[in-house]
Design a protein around this ligand. Structure first.
Ligand SMILES: C[S@@+](CC[C@H](N)C(=O)[O-])C[C@H]1O[C@@H](n2cnc3c(N)ncnc32)[C@H](O)[C@@H]1O
Length: 399
C-alpha cells in the first residue's frame, strides 16, 4: 500500500510523532511496538482537538489499519474524504477496503451511511438485531463486532464467529484446541489475579455507565422486582469489586433492597478487601468456583438469582460445566452476561486475536446441567466482552 500523508492545517508535534511512528511501522522497525499506545492516544486527542481537519482523520485511519481495526480505518478515512480530502489516494484506499467488505455495495453507499459514527453504529445495530431475531447468530455477531470496533478505536478488531469456528474445527482436527483453551485461560488468570487494586476506585465510575452494564443490572433488578420475594438471595460468582451487585441494588426500591441479601463471590482477596469498604451492604466471600464446589467457600443452599458476568469467558469449558452442574440444583434463576454468539455452537471457541477469551456453547452446557433457557437477549449496544444475556431456570422451584 502506498499513500501520501497530508499536512494538517495546524502545527502540532503529536502529528509529527505520528508520521514518525508510521514510518517506523512501514520500515518494520521493532521500536514501533513500544510507541503504539502513545500513537493511539495522540490520534484520539487530535481528533477531539481538531475534528474538522481531514489530515488528522487520514492519519488516524492509517494508525487504525496498523492495529487491524478495519472498521475504524474505513470510518476515519470516510471522515477525511467527507471533510474534503477527496484525493485519488484516499479514494483508492477506501475503495480497496470497501471492495473486500461483503456488506457495502460500494464506497458511495458507505460514505452516505458513515456521515456520523452514531448513524453507522445504529445501522449495524439494526442489522445485528434483525439477524439475531432470525436466529442467525453468526451474521449478528459480524455486525456486533463492527459496533465494538467502532466504539473501541484503540483496540484491534476481533474475528467473527465464522472465522473462529473454522479455526476451532482445524485445531480440533490437529489436537491443539485444548492447548489453545488452556493458554487463553492461563493468560487471563494472570491478568485477573495480579490486577492493581489501586485502580479500582477509578474503574467504579467507568464501569457503572456502560450501556451493557446498565442493561444487565436492569434485567436483574426487574427479575427481583417482579418476583417480590420476602427474603431473596442474589449472588454473583466472580463479582470483582461488586460493581454489578451495587448497580442492581441501586435500582431496587428501598423496601425490596432491604429484604434482599446480596452476596458476592470473588477469588481475589485483595479486591474483596476493597469491595467491603466500597459496598458495606453487600456480603463478600473469597473463593473461586473450585472453592465453592469443595465447600471451602460457603454458598447458600438456595439462590434466588445467581448472576455471572464476564467470568465464564475466562474459564475452561470443563470448569464451566462443573460450575453449572453445581449451581443448577440450588439456583432458581441464572443470568449470564457474556459473549453469547456461540450459544448454539458444537464446542467452545476462542475469540481471537489475540487469544482473548472463550466463547462457550452455552445452549448445550446449560441443558446438560439441567438448566432450561428462558430467554436470550441481545445487548442493545454489544461490546467486546458482552454481546448479550442468557436467562435460565435451575432446578429450584418458585421464582
Ligand atoms: C472479567 S472480570 C468480571 C468481573 C465482574 N463480574 C464484572 O462483570 O465486571 C472476571 C472476574 O472473575 C473472577 N474469576 C476468575 N476466575 C474465576 C473462577 N474460577 N471462579 C470465580 N471467579 C473467577 C476474576 O477474579 C475477576 O474478578
Amino acid at each position: 500500500m502506498s499513500f501520501s500523508l497530508n499536512r494538517p492545517r495546524i502545527v502540532d508535534e503529536r502529528f509529527d510523532f505520528l508520521v514518525q511512528f508510521i514510518h517506523l511501522v512501514y520500515q518494520q522497525n521493532p521500536q514501533a511496538n513500544e510507541l503504539i499506545s502513545t500513537a493511539l492516544a495522540h490520534c484520539s486527542d487530535l481528533r477531539t482537538n481538531y475534528p474538522d481537519d481531514p489530515a488528522i482523520w487520514q492519519l488516524s485511519s492509517i494508525v487504525a489499519r496498523i492495529i487491524r481495526n478495519k472498521e475504524c480505518s474505513c470510518y476515519f478515512l470516510g471522515q477525511a474524504i467527507l471533510l474534503g480530502l477527496d484525493t485519488i489516494d484516499t479514494r483508492d484506499m477506501l475503495n480497496e477496503m470497501i471492495a473486500t467488505d461483503d456488506y457495502w455495495a460500494n464506497t458511495d453507499t458507505y460514505l452516505s451511511a458513515a456521515k456520523s459514527r452514531d448513524g453507522l453504529i445504529d445501522q449495524y445495530k439494526t442489522e445485528a438485531r434483525r439477524h439475531f431475531d432470525l436466529g442467525d447468530l453468526i451474521t449478528a455477531d459480524n455486525f456486533s463486532q463492527r459496533i465494538s470496533a467502532l466504539r473501541n478505536p484503540s483496540t484491534s478488531e476481533q474475528n467473527d464467529m465464522r472465522t473462529l469456528l473454522a479455526e476451532a474445527r482445524a485445531r480440533q482436527s490437529a489436537n491443539t484446541l485444548n492447548a489453545q483453551y488452556e493458554n487463553t485461560v492461563e493468560h487471563l488468570h494472570l491478568f485477573w489475579s495480579t490486577f492493581d487494586v489501586n485502580n479500582i476506585a477509578s474503574q467504579l465510575k467507568k464501569y457503572a455507565i456502560t450501556p451493557d452494564r446498565e442493561q444487565f443490572s436492569k434485567i436483574v433488578s426487574d427479575l427481583i422486582h417482579d418476583a417480590d420475594k420476602p427474603n431473596s438471595v442474589v449472588m454473583e460468582v466472580g463479582c470483582f469489586a461488586g460493581f454489578n451487585l451495587n448497580e442492581v441494588q441501586r435500582r431496587l426500591p428501598k423496601k425490596l433492597k432491604n429484604k434482599t441479601h446480596f452476596i458476592g463471590i470473588e477469588p481475589n482477596a485483595e479486591v474483596v478487601t476493597k469491595a467491603r469498604v466500597f459496598f458495606p451492604d453487600i456480603e463478600f466471600r473469597v473463593g473461586d468456583h473450585e472453592a465453592m464446589i469443595a465447600r471451602q467457600t460457603v454458598v447458600p443452599d438456595h439462590i434466588d438469582v445467581c448472576i455471572i458476568s464476564r467470568v465464564l469467558m475466562v474459564m475452561l469449558p470443563s470448569d464451566v460445566e462443573r460450575l453449572l452442574h453445581y449451581l443448577a440444583p440450588r439456583t432458581d434463576t441464572l443470568v449470564i452476561c457474556d459473549d453469547i454468539f456461540n450459544l448454539k455452537g458444537e464446542m467452545s471457541v476462542v475469540r481471537t486475536p489475540p487469544n482473548f477469551y472463550l466463547l462457550h456453547n452455552f445452549s448445550k452446557m446449560l441443558t446438560d446441567a439441567d438448566f432450561s433457557i428462558d430467554n436470550v437477549i441481545l445487548a442493545d449496544v454489544p461490546d467486546r466482552e458482552c454481546t448479550g444475556f442468557i436467562i435460565a431456570s435451575g432446578l429450584v422451584e418458585g421464582f
